[in-house]
Design a protein around this ligand. Sequence first.
Ligand SMILES: [Zn+2]
Ligand SMILES: [Zn+2]
Length: 174
Amino acid sequence: MKIDVSDLMEEPGDELHGEYVVNTDSMGLSSGTAAFVEPALIKVHAVNTGDGLLFSIQVKTRVAMVCSRCLERFEVSLEVDFDELFRSGSRPQPEKNEHEVQEGEERISYFTGREVDLLPVVRENLTLALPMKPLCREECAGLCLLCGRRLEEAACDCQVDDIDPRWADLMKLL
Ligand SMILES: [Zn+2]
Ligand SMILES: [Zn+2]
């Protein structure tokens, strides 16, 4: 999703507002565990700070994931807000021995020409917002370790006491 920033680049203080609906079919998430189920609504406010073009971006969409406990597919709304500074030109070569970018440090992207492509940063921020361990709900009971039944739907008659003590530690992790 490329945005023409010709007007924005004219002088410091220039602003840009926009709302975009992006077809997520072509977007893809870096994580294989989640898939979009609807287009992304992207709100953009950008200002020329003199030091670059500071974009404040809000993205709303819905994704489907698989619960890491009960393996059921579920959908959640996903919303992320982030800022990204775009500078015209190419990324400076890092100095030797330069420290890695510290957390909390300003995020900077570089662009050439008169268009800024928001897709890479939108995709990256959505991917970061996905849970490492998706759960259909916080207290998901998961699957019975003995019979494999999905305990969210119905309890089973298995005697959990019968579980081999060697499994006990593993169960605490689930
Ligand atoms: Zn679940
Ligand atoms: Zn069972």
